[in-house]
Design a protein around this ligand. Structure first.
Ligand SMILES: NC(=O)c1ccc[n+]([C@@H]2O[C@H](COP(=O)([O-])OP(=O)(O)OC[C@H]3O[C@@H](n4cnc5c(N)ncnc54)[C@H](O)[C@@H]3O)[C@@H](O)[C@H]2O)c1
Ligand SMILES: O=C(O)[C@H](O)COP(=O)(O)O
Length: 466
């Protein structure tokens, strides 16, 4: 298989523009590499304590992350290795051992087996909405922050679904295929307007609620089902029971995350509860629909059409033919009438990918350079105003730790001998994140602070940025 693969290395970084976190040559402790043990000290892998230098940061970017994001990362001076597809697990493990940052989309599985090998990893960027492909708990336990882009592609998905509703109602896919084969088949039987029909949205979150507005603008009635009680937009109505909801909708569209509770959420029983001749659209995650049950429901005419953008097993790269990933169901799916099969393109628009690239890369830069966790999906959200590392003798201390009683007292005993300008701490479940800016410190102080924090039983990761 051919796979475009570049190593992007930025030209010399312009430190005067790198968010004010680079080492000032005038700072007294901006020494060359010292024998001290750790700017990023983690998972039993002590590193040398040296001034923060963006060029030391190694980033692995997979799955064709947009140029907008790559430009931001290379512009910081980081070393960026870029791949257009995801990697087989053995190659991923090999690559991830060495890097501080990995950027992925929905295909790359960062499970415990892979993350165990990622001894230097500080942060994961999911350049997409879904984070189900990452073991978020394991990452948090090991001090690895995870960021995503929660809604930059929602509009693209909602627009795709609108297109699919009309396409299914008018059997456009079949007519187009027939014309491609040279057949003129002008029919109106079982072709419908969507005006006045009922759209049923499962999961009324970012995508579902946008879709609600668009569908109403086209004259549809909207109902929705969600585990949370949510404010209806326009004249939409929330239906408390899935069974009642399914029996009322002409079109059912799924917008729930991949969770144990959503696995096979639409199976034979639920398909049986849908209206005769209704339609099913899935642009959420492949595990949400029981595909053999759908194939059967379409064969017997219960379901008049379907659109699938996501599948339980998806090829790793473009060109891997949609063949062996679905236990052989591909052939059955391809043989059905009025079914739209798309290769997980819900969020694949220029607008969405550009916006995601910027949003996630900005979050990564803030985290790498300043330790700011705003928008993290697995860490407490902690922010202090920009680090004043241009001033001599300033440093930012970050201590990620287990959320157990007495830690703040111990940390403050360690920091207490120094001038703490600002400090903030927050917790999320079992983990806590402390950020403190200290001034009037020399490199020997930083080493002492670092080593003392590292010795605490609660420690997950210590970072000292200066
Ligand atoms: N096809 C694509 O390219 C594409 C693009 C973006 C997102 N997605 C998928 O779509 C999903 C939804 O995206 P979103 O941004 O709208 O998410 P969201 O988190 O904003 O909304 C999800 C909604 O689902 C609800 N929900 C959760 N579990 C439920 C359950 N068991 N039953 C009913 N409702 C439940 C939540 O309460 C929430 O309101 C994402 O998790 C992602 O997997 C796919
Ligand atoms: O989670 C998402 O945002 C979508 O599934 C899109 O994923 P993709 O970036 O891999 O296309």
């Amino acid at each position: 298989m051919t796979q475009a693969q570049d190593i992007l290395r930025a030209p010399e970084a312009d430190y005067s523009h790198s968010l004010g976190v680079s080492a000032s040559p005038t700072a007294t402790f901006h020494s060359p590499l010292s024998s001290f043990s750790g700017v990023f000290s983690q998972r039993g892998q002590p590193k040398q304590l040296k001034p923060f230098n963006t060029q030391d940061i190694k980033i692995l970017l997979l799955e064709n992350v947009n140029q907008s994001g790559r430009d931001i990362l290379t512009g910081q001076g980081y070393q960026v290795e870029f791949h257009t597809s995801s990697l087989p697990e053995d190659q991923l493990i090999e690559k991830i051992r060495d890097v501080h940052v990995v950027g992925i989309r929905s295909k790359t599985k960062l499970n415990e087996k892979v993350l165990r090998e990622a001894k230097n990893l500080l942060v994961i960027g999911c350049f997409c909405i879904g984070t189900n492909q990452v073991d978020l708990e394991y990452a948090a336990e090991h001090g690895i922050a995870v960021f995503n882009s929660p809604f930059a592609n929602s509009r693209s998905v909602a627009e795709l679904v609108i297109g699919e509703i009309i396409t299914l109602a008018r059997q456009l896919g079949d007519r187009s295929n027939e014309m491609h084969r040279g057949t003129w088949n002008k029919v109106s039987s079982k072709c419908w307007e969507i005006r006045g029909k009922t759209l049923g949205i499962v999961g009324y979150g970012h995508i579902g609620s946008q879709l609600s507005v668009l569908a109403e603008a086209m004259g549809m009635n909207v109902i929705y089902y969600d585990v949370v009680s949510l404010m209806a937009l326009g004249t939409a109505r929330q239906i408390p029971k899935l069974e009642d909801f399914l029996s009322e909708a002409d079109f059912v569209t799924l917008h729930v995350p991949e969770l144990p509770e959503t696995k096979n959420m639409i199976s034979a029983k639920q398909l049986g509860q849908m209206k005769n001749g209704s339609y099913l659209i899935n642009a959420s995650r492949g595990t949400v629909v029981d595909i053999p049950a759908l194939i059967n429901a379409m064969r017997i005419g219960k379901i008049a059409g379907a659109a699938l953008d996501v599948y339980p097993g998806e090829p790793r790269a473009n060109g891997d033919y949609f063949n062996n990933s679905l236990n052989g169901w591909e052939e059955d799916l391809r043989s059905l009438n009025n079914i739209i099969l798309t290769p997980h393109i819900g969020g694949s628009t220029e607008e969405a990918q550009r916006a995601i690239g910027v949003e996630v890369s900005d979050a990564l830069v803030r985290y790498i350079n300043q330790g700011i966790t705003l928008g993290s999906v697995n860490m407490p959200e902690v922010n202090l105003r920009s680090l004043t590392l241009e001033e001599p003798d300033h440093a930012r201390v970050i201590y990620i730790h287990n959320n157990i009683p007495g830690v703040l007292r111990q940390v403050n005993e360690i920091l207490g001998n120094h001038n703490v300008d600002k400090q903030i701490s927050d917790s999320r479940g079992d983990f806590a994140y402390l950020m403190a800016d200290v001034s009037d410190v020399q490199i020997s102080d930083l080493k002492e602070i670092h080593d003392s924090l590292e010795a605490l039983g609660s420690r997950i990761m210590t970072r000292v940025l200066y």
